[in-house]
Design a binder for this molecule. Structure first.
Ligand code: EPU
Length: 420
């Protein structure tokens, strides 16, 4: 198990290259199961979640080869079973359900279970697949789905907190091979869904409307192999942007797509952070004084829940009271008690965190609870006086490619320790 030892107080300066998006790549890899022909996915980040997905695809019979940031997948002969031991380690593996059902007419995938950010049901995934004609039962912790041939249908996939990202991905993938036309209303509009639709269309699917709340999929008989480059990771970009701002540094995010980051950049500017978009690059310049801001997380194009914990650190450095309301995963505040150990003044009131700043943070041992909470602790450590020991960072390695190397190149004093 690794941990990070960080000595704070230095502004981040320089350039960082944004990696491929974890949350785009996982469904893209699953989509390769929809065809017998080889698929090639580029800009795949070296993450433990990606390594898990490789293991899962191999376990269902696909041949997977990785070379640098390119992954080739050939799913000539596959089976529709995915074991609990693999699935429980990564919730993203639920997106195998759609492709397996579409391609084989059957899928038995372990229920992913909850995680620290909430209960994470999959009722909307099942509702969508049932609307396509699948017979689904939950049996001994497995989702068992079966169909002779999926049939296109119109469906509404909005839930209590809005649309579902992986639910939309699952239904969209299954519907590519269904008979007839499927219309998903209240579809997720995230850039990762657009990326997936582009890959599926390159494989021969007929999808229109991805990126809007109504997606139309006209089923085809079969899909063929294709090549695709994943989009850059907007949450990694947001994380480095917020880290640069909090450290009062100046960082250029190479490869970031500002058009995927409107809500985050808008709040950074409101907080007094300067942004330079010259030459197609995005440069973030942290000012001396940060202003308080109020943020509510929402489905895309709103402020992403995956950048909420990181933004909370910025609020601890702003002069005044900021209110952060979490509307996607209402218990996603596990980082608050750890930030308080570093000296942050945060009170939870229902779905909101009231953050009083500016706080002088000081280094302490802290424990990471999930991926984005870990990122927040790293940003807080960069700001804190003295040394912070961030423990249990396997969460970080799930979703950030070599974050310690990238930060070190920006001037951070950060050391990876192997705790035996
Ligand atoms: N929901 C339901 N029923 C469902 C599915 C979702 O009620 O069947 C609810 C959830 O409980 C939540 C909301 O709908 O309140 C949105 O959840 P969504 O299904 O969109 O989340 P997800 O698809 O499981 C993806 C990302 C998450 C990210 C969310 C929201 C992947 C692999 N995961 O999860 O990423 O937070 O969308 O944007 O794409 C992360 O990267 O740290 C992470 C957790």
């Amino acid at each position: 198990m690794y941990s990070l030892l960080i000595e704070g107080g230095r502004p981040l300066e320089g350039e960082v290259t944004i990696s491929g998006a974890k949350n785009a790549v996982l469904p893209l890899m699953a989509a390769a199961l929809l065809t017998r022909e080889p698929c090639v996915i580029r800009r795949v980040p070296a993450l433990s979640d990606v390594a898990f997905m490789v293991r899962i695809l191999t376990a269902v019979g696909a041949k997977v080869r990785s070379q640098g940031d390119t992954v080739s997948i050939e799913a000539n002969r596959i089976r529709g079973f995915c074991d609990y031991d693999l699935v429980r380690k990564m919730r993203g593996s639920v997106c195998l359900l759609g492709p397996l059902l579409g391609r084989l007419g059957q899928a038995k995938v372990s229920l992913p279970g909850g995680c620290v950010i909430g209960t994470r049901p999959i009722d909307l995934h099942l509702k969508g697949l049932r609307a396509l004609g699948a017979k689904i039962q939950i049996d001994s912790g497995y989702v068992c789905a079966q169909t002779r041939r999926l049939k296109g249908s119109a469906m509404f996939l909005g839930g209590r907190a809005g649309p579902t990202v992986l639910g939309t991905a699952n239904v969209m993938m299954a519907a590519t091979l269904a008979e007839g036309v499927t219309v998903i209303q209240s579809a997720a509009c995230e850039p990762e869904i657009v990326d997936l639709a582009e890959f599926l269309n390159a494989m021969g699917a007929q999808i229109t409307g991805a990126g809007s709340p109504t997606i139309t999929i006209t089923g085809v008989k079969e899909l063929h192999g294709a090549e695709h480059e994943a989009i850059p990771d907007r949450i990694e970009a947001a994380t480095f942007a917020i880290a640069a701002a909090c450290s009062r540094g100046e960082v250029t995010l190479r490869g970031a797509r500002p058009e995927h980051l409107h809500a985050v950049l808008d709040k950074l500017e409101e907080a007094g952070v300067r942004l330079d978009r010259a030459g197609g690059n995005l440069t973030v310049k942290g000012g001396r004084r940060l202003r308080p801001v109020d943020v509510t997380t929402q489905p895309y194009a709103g402020f992403p829940t995956d950048a909420q914990a990181q933004m909370m650190v910025l609020m601890t450095q702003a002069s005044g009271i900021s209110i952060l309301t979490e509307r996607i995963f209402e218990t996603r505040f596990m980082h608050v008690s750890e930030l308080a150990r570093l000296g942050a003044d945060i009170t939870i009131e229902g779905p909101s965190a009231v953050v009083k700043g500016p706080s002088v943070l000081s280094g302490a041992p802290v424990m990471a609870s999930d991926l984005r909470a870990s990122a927040a602790l790293v940003i807080a450590s960069l700001v804190a006086r003295g040394r912070t020991h961030v423990k249990r960072i396997y969460h970080l390695d799930r979703g950030y490619e070599r974050i310690d190397d990238k930060l070190r190149r920006l001037g951070a004093r950060i050391q990876r320790l192997s705790d035996s």
